[in-house]
Design a protein around this ligand. Sequence first.
Ligand code: FES
Ligand SMILES: [Fe+2]
Length: 426
Amino acid sequence: MTTIDGPTEIPRTYYRDGRVLDEELHRVFGANWIFVGHESEVPAPGDYVTRRLGGDPVILARAEEGVQVMLNSCTHRGTQVCKASYGNTTTFRCGYHGWVFGNDGTLRGVPGRRALYGPDFDLAGRGLRRARVQTLHGFVFATWRDDGPSLEDYLGDFRWYLDALFDFFPGGMEVHAGVHRVDVRGNWKIHAENFSGDGYHLRVAHRTMFELGVMGTQAGAVEGFAVNEPHGHALRSQYLIDAQVPDSVFGYEEDLLEAALKRADPQHRKFRERATVIHGLVFPNLLFITTAPVSYGDDAQGQTAFTQIRALTPIDQHTHEVAYWNLVPRDASDTWKSRSYLFATRQHGASSFFEADDLENFRRIDAALGTVAGAQAPYTYELGAGVSTRYTPPWQGPGRLVPQDFTEANQRNFVSRYLDLMEGTR
Ligand code: FES
Ligand SMILES: [Fe+2]
């Protein structure tokens, strides 16, 4: 069945077949805007971090003309020119035969150049391949496609939500305490779909956490909704129904919040007010979650708001790398930043209780992919299709709104976009 959001099932082959992954690396990761890092990770000239853009190792560097993303592969015989995870340098020297590249990718020197290569050997045109780069609110996106849409067009209506979340504080946001990277079992799409809006699993997969009171006590009854956009981007958000308890749940330092609210678009403000959690996906692999301190149990001391972003990079069809960053308002106090980081790490970090539950389910999905019967069964996404809705969000924004918390509309949207790319229809 196909709904307005997309199909209600997809063959499991897409989660277990190495040939599918090869196609994905070309058609999904190789042909779209992919998040590679945050500008605040490379604040000074010469700063760099190494990442992967789908299947390709890349260097994100702050060169003289600004942030660059280039293939971390020597143009001589392909060796990685940078082995470190991060650092500061003006040049990268290949460890095999010693070619030297600037941090903008240009080839600067070749040992024995005149004597060994002759007078006609030109350095120009032999630099590291540079990706097309565009940034939004400090997020650095790159693509190998020179002829594709702009980042703006790629984000479409979803830009409104990214503005509301990441362009809220006058001084912007920055990465606090670097990046955590772990390899986990399970196809990358399982994780992407989960984050795009799986409200359905919370009370089952994370039940123990709620029962133990680790989350504290919810400040009131909640209701939620999903939003999706045809490029595959989507989010889910959950709201306190009673506006009086408390009126706003932002959870930032007072001065900072006041300054943010003063400049905020009124609908952006409504979108964020009373939201206990907002999480989602920028297609295909950038995830985000922001939560507010709305729980008041004994264990809830020191809670703050926090914002975490994640990037998923496939390793093979059964495994992916997750990178986690904590974003904080640049102008928050150091004490607040540390507290937010602590809370984010405890609740949603690589070794957190939420993550333990989710990763166990991702592993079990992978373990049950099967070869014959297992592989022939589909994954299904029928939740909420054809059910009448009841929640009216307190704000107005663009995109396809699905006013119910328990729906697989965003997963259907993900599958729709994914299959379009894989089948080459756009
Ligand atoms: S492979 Fe880099 S210099 Fe030869
Ligand atoms: Fe979860």
